[in-house]
Design a protein around this ligand. Sequence first.
Ligand code: FAD
Ligand code: NAI
Length: 465
Amino acid sequence: MAQYDVIIIGGGPGGYNAAIRAGQLGMKVALVEGRATLGGTCLNVGCIPSKALLHASELYEMSLKDFAGMGIEVSPKLNLERMMANKAESVTGLTKGVEFLMKKNKVEWLKGWGRIDGVGKVAVRAADGTEAVHEAKNIVIATGSEPSGLAGVTVDNVRIVDSTGALSIPEVPKSMIVIGAGVIGLELGSVWRRLGAKVTVVEYLDRITPGMDTETATAFQKALAKQGVEFKLGAKVTGAKATKTGVALTFEPVAGGEAQTLSADYVLLAIGRRPYTQGLGLESVGIVPDKRGVIANDHFKTGAPGVWVIGDVTSGPMLAHKAEDEAVACIELIAGKAGHVNYDVIPSVIYTYPEVATVGKTEEELKVAGTAYKVGKFPFLANSRAKVNHETEGFVKVLADAKTDRILGVHMIGPCVSEMIAEYAVAMEFAAASEDVARTCHPHPTRSEALRQAAMGVEGWTMQA
Ligand code: FAD
Ligand code: NAI
């Protein structure tokens, strides 16, 4: 029986980063993964393939609508097969990269599905059905999440697809209904709208992207509606029937009223994700997940001796970079170091056009907490680089403590904000005041000047608007 310092179950961003850090710290480490490739949801069917399609479809739409105005005359023609192949190449390149990193850091990949078999033991069942038991001083659960289901809507990944199916639809749908106005629905809905589908989003709540700063979410909805996305808010889906050629979806107003039917070529179900712990043997160490399936943790420790948990399967936002930060902190704690994650500074991005990027508290959260705050806001319409590039939609909003000026939250919608949010994340990690950003020289002409101008706005001395 092999003995390890740590066995990590699950090879996603949580698991593979934990494995790398353990290898770097000289631990004898094994990573258990049942998929044929490493990288988890993120690399195989999540962040990476969705961003490949978002990038390609954005360029396609730009070439159709924006190039001519800048003096570039082209006649773009969609080659969906090639776009999908490009996506697959991105995935393969990166999953192979993770495999290389495992070898480089002396991590043993135990191929198969892992099951905790009592304290300090992990049984791994290989694809051929054989099972081997391994011993470890520490076990890290990093088994991730899976799409949530909805009664009356059976995902067949032919006509009714989840996020994985939506990444591989073999034709451009004429029409698509998206259930759920969250991150997946709006990102993948955007991909298919850009390629030619009429997209209708059906959302249970009376707003999109719940949890997002409301002013930002409202601007986001307006921007998507202008692009042709139709929203049916406050709508309760009661069922979906698939035929060979399409889907009929029924819903009724949450507030009460008449049921309606909508038909489309495809339906994408994207109403959230739930932790994945199937067949994990949690009962063998007395771990009981909560009603939502979440395994609780205290600084990544579960209630069972030597069993730790990180990533989507535990509490907090289901984001790859959050899983990655927890991975490093968890392994450092196992090694007796001071691992730590600052949950107040975890940025979050929606990779649509315009992009949305946020970090820290929303205005609504500050109001509930009774925190006095000041707002600085700057529109991209007044940013020279955004104007030159014809990308003037959106704004940057900075929320700072009214007494101390410490930055509490930043919400941006606009061009390239996915890259720019990190500036504010660093500032917040250093407990910066908005004045620190306001007095930092930013290059001209760049979109990043909007970050500075918004910070200047907190004390009312914005100069370019
Ligand atoms: P996962 O990545 O889910 O990895 C868990 C792994 O564990 C899986 O490979 C699974 O096969 C394996 N596993 C499970 N049980 C066992 C077992 N018993 N034995 C062996 N192996 C097991 N996040 C972002 O931050 N940015 C994005 O742009 C983004 N885009 C996304 C787009 C889509 C369409 C989706 C679905 C998700 C996206 N996410 C994004 C979320 C991101 O993918 C997750 O937050 C992230 O993958 C979580 O990492 P993890 O390591 O906790 O779990
Ligand atoms: P989500 O939580 O972002 O959004 C789900 C939406 O569905 C919400 O608006 C919710 O109100 C709605 N909803 C719930 N039940 C419903 C019902 N019965 N009928 C209609 N609407 C309903 O979940 P989503 O989009 O599935 O994404 C899951 C997670 O994956 C995200 O929370 C995020 O953590 C991660 N992700 C992150 C990405 C990124 O960082 N860019 C991209 C994609 C996913």
